[in-house]
Design a protein around this ligand. Structure first.
Ligand SMILES: *Cc1c(COP(=O)(O)O)cnc(C)c1O
Length: 383
């Protein structure tokens, strides 16, 4: 059904069905159910078995399709499950190009699992279009992009990549986890497929895992449904409900997170022990202008280089309000050591080329009071 409204905030709150049609329940019921009774032979309510589809999951999928302006959405047990299910559409001998500055899990699944089945891969700085073109081969089937990338916040010009890919019949995939559809809608820019770790901004409370694939190509969507049904990494009802609940506050959370992030990025930039700050909202950030063109916000992820490995470790061990933990996008501010956590699986030479060193830290800014957060960083650096 979809709500009769145009603004993102209202769509996020009302989702696909603003209330349950039978009971009037404002919150979508959690259909904690594995199987569904049939009225007769060949007659189904539309639900047979929850691996195939579950009403709570379906509501979440439809809501996210609405928010990303896509025709179809599939919900998976995690971001990695979404990406892995998607990659099974490729065949032995196919080649894909991925942003070299990339979530470590995407690198790992490509190198350790899909390469074994004959999928080859190249890691390229997709923010530089000439290097992207140079790496396209006859058998290149897809370009997988993170923008802003993780953790260096590189910005890729999506419309330019679409132009390059379309004339060569190559699929374009964007991992939209960092900005979420509130700030960036890649399908509107001509991208073929959006993937998400819903664990991050979409659910937003560090309390569940989820993952999504959103697309407009109905034939490919049907193929993915069959893959999902066959492999079984489908999001359970309760996690679907948690993610739906999170989505309702996505816009106000991200507004506050971004407001905090801008202040923290500026503060970090002026600190004597900080050598470099990577935040796309800073005017001198490479790609700032491109991001402004293709997105409506900068997000709330900041990476920064400190003056020594000791300073990095000192911050991680001394922050009190900011929590030293992996992940991002939740209401709690988290600090991560990419070299040893999210990017540990990426070979050292590739990490060094990109800039993921022992002096790099990454902050996912939450919704706490920003002065508390800055004082916490100040205390960890200076006391
Ligand atoms: C976390 C993350 C993933 C993986 O998602 P999970 O839900 O942890 O499986 C993929 N891409 C990006 C950009 C991420 O941050």
């Amino acid at each position: 059904m979809g709500c009769d409204c145009r603004s993102f905030e209202t769509k996020a709150v009302h989702g696909n069905k603003p209330y349950d049609l039978v009971t009037g329940a404002i919150s979508v019921p959690i259909y904690q159910c594995a199987t569904f009774r049939h009225e007769g032979v060949g007659r189904s309510t539309g639900y047979d078995y929850s691996r195939v589809q579950n009403p709570t999951r379906e509501e979440l999928e439809k809501t996210l399709a609405i928010l990303e302006n896509g025709k179809e959405c599939l919900a998976f047990t995690s971001g990695m499950a979404a990406i892995s299910n998607l990659f099974t559409v490729f065949s032995p001998g196919d080649h894909i190009i991925l942003s070299e500055d990339l979530y470590g899990g995407t690198y790992r699944v490509t190198e350790e699992i899909f390469n074994k089945y004959g999928l080859t891969s190249s890691y390229v700085d997709t923010s530089g279009l000439s290097s992207l073109i140079e790496n396209i081969r006859k058998n290149t089937k897809a370009i997988f992009i993170e923008t802003p990338s993780n953790p260096m916040m590189r910005i890729t010009d999506l419309k330019a990549v679409v132009a390059i890919a379309k004339e060569r019949n190559i699929l374009t995939i964007v991992d939209n986890t960092f900005l979420s559809p509130y700030f960036q809608k890649p399908l509107d820019l001509g991208i073929d497929i959006v993937v998400h770790s819903g664990t991050k901004y979409l659910s937003g409370h560090n309390d569940t895992l989820s993952g999504f694939v959103i697309l407009n190509d109905l034939t490919l969507a049907e193929k993915l449904r069959n893959i999902q049904k066959s492999i079984g990494a489908c999001l359970p009802a309760f996690d679907s409900w948690l993610t739906l609940r999170g989505i309702k506050t996505l816009a106000i959370r991200l507004d506050r997170q971004q407001e905090n992030a801008i202040k923290i990025a500026k503060w970090l930039k002026n600190h004597k022990n900080i050598e470099q700050v990577f935040y796309p909202g800073l005017e001198d950030h490479k790609g700032h202008e491109i991001l402004k063109e293709q997105a409506s916000g900068y997000g709330a992820m900041i990476s920064f280089v400190v003056d020594s490995e000791e300073t990095a470790k000192r911050i991680l061990e001394r922050v009190k309000i900011i929590l030293f933990a992996e992940s991002l996008g939740g209401v709690e501010t988290l600090i991560t050591y990419p070299e040893q956590q999210t990017h540990a699986n990426i070979p050292e030479n590739m990490r060094n080329r990109v800039g993921v060193t022992s002096k790099l830290l990454r902050i996912s800014v939450g919704i706490e009071n920003v002065d508390d957060l800055i004082n916490d960083l100040k205390g960890a650096l200076e006391d």
